[in-house]
Design a protein around this ligand. Structure first.
Ligand SMILES: Cc1ncc(C[n+]2csc(CCOP(=O)(O)OP(=O)(O)O)c2C)c(N)n1
Ligand SMILES: [Mg+2]
Length: 369
């Protein structure tokens, strides 16, 4: 959604304080145990503006990816519009680097905001979207948002949902042994918590005396493709399941970047200090539906975190409408240029299909079995 549309959109979940969910019931965006931290004063002005800037950059990139899909220049889109207020603070707060001295990130396919905040070049996301051989994540072999950046400890985003929760245990074990206070961060959706990997993660992260330095998170958008949250969960909050394992847990309004930033910082500090896991359930919007498979159209009945945060910063006189317009335009120009550049780059050659599959193994080419 462009700047002007975003600022004038009539449907505004925040004003109503409500998010519509599938069965037409409405749930409050702020749950009971959501921290009431509206206080912008807890974060420096410069950081607040930086958060908004990165949120807009991420949204512009995602909307560009959707346009690329619609133009027939890509096969499939799935991504993170609606998770910016939550994902950007993760990327800003993570200890960035390569190897177990730094934080590992095991992310799901709505993680563009985190990657943008960590410094990913827009063009690298577009290369992946357009299956260019220059795509540093997969050499043009995977689809949108399935990033992999070893230099930033970004583990490969997987298509099978939830497997990242098991993989994250491995890097957390390595970090625990090393003792450098680095942590493993894992993200995923609400529906994915039905998978056994999620339960295994809670069990292995919380064994008494062997607790792991993990930030376990769930982005609850109340949907698993077209299946609504209602009717799928007996528990009152997903966070309650972590509490059952004595894992410190909280629920945050993931549409509020200030609340998300503060909660993430507190929990990351706690994990580094104690070596123990922490759990955050973050309530987020899903602004373009599940993926291109469901049309990738703007939904309009859920809170748009960029719109609400922009209004907040304008009313505090930290930015003007003009400043915000400039941010949208700058990033739109950058995304367009990146698309034009990527268009001129090649696609992977057919014979490279076996590269990086069971390296140097006789099973690497099934035609030779
Ligand atoms: C193991 C596995 N089962 C099913 C699917 C098909 N699938 C892809 S996304 C998805 C929904 C996931 O919902 P949720 O975990 O809430 O994440 P969201 O997409 O809402 O962010 C499903 C079922 C899959 N990719 N992997
Ligand atoms: Mg979901």
């Amino acid at each position: 959604m462009s700047y002007s549309k975003s600022m004038s959109a009539k449907s505004d979940g925040k004003k109503k304080g409500l998010v519509k969910i599938a069965n037409k019931k409405q749930v409050q965006t702020k749950s009971k145990d959501t921290a009431k931290s509206d206080s912008l004063a807890q974060i420096p002005d410069k950081t607040l503006i930086q958060i908004l800037d990165l949120m807009i950059k991420s949204r512009v990139l995602e909307e560009r990816l959707i346009k690329i899909y619609r133009a027939g220049e890509s096969y499939f889109w799935i991504g993170g519009p609606g998770e910016e207020a939550w994902g950007v603070p993760i990327g800003m707060l993570a200890r960035k680097g390569e190897g177990p001295k730094y934080d590992f990130l095991h992310l799901h396919y709505r993680c563009t905001p985190t990657l943008i905040a960590m410094g990913m070049d827009m063009k690298d996301s577009i290369r992946l979207m357009m299956n260019r051989v220059t795509d540093p994540s997969t050499g043009g072999r995977n689809f949108s948002n399935h990033y992999c950046f070893p230099k930033m400890n970004i583990a490969p985003v997987t298509s099978p949902i939830e497997v990242q929760y098991g993989i994250a245990l491995g890097t957390a074990h390595a970090q625990k042994r090393l003792g450098d206070n680095a942590i493993s961060i894992v993200t995923g959706g609400d529906a994915g918590t039905a998978e056994g990997d999620f339960a295994s993660c809670l069990i292995w992260a919380s064994r008494k005396g062997n607790e792991l330095p993990m930030l376990i998170t769930v982005q609850n958008n109340y949907w698993g493709i077209s299946t609504s949250y209602e009717g799928q969960h007996g528990e009152s909050a997903i966070a309650d399941r972590a509490r059952g394992f004595n894992i410190r847990a909280r629920v945050v309004n993931g549409n509020d970047p200030v609340e998300s930033y503060i909660a993430l910082k507190e929990e990351m500090d706690y994990i580094r200090r104690t070596g123990k896991p922490s759990f955050i359930e973050s309530k987020v919007s899903r602004l373009y539906g599940h993926s291109s498979a469901s049309g990738a159209n703007f939904v309009g009945n859920e809170e748009d975190c960029i719109k609400s945060f922009s209004e907040k910063l304008i009313s505090r006189k930290l930015v003007t409408e003009k400043d915000i317009k400039r941010m949208w335009e700058t990033y739109e120009a950058e995304a367009l240029k990146a698309t034009e550049d990527a268009r001129a780059e090649g696609v992977p050659a057919a014979e490279s299909i076996w590269d990086h599959v069971y390296a140097n193994n006789e099973n690497s080419d099934w035609r030779k079995f």
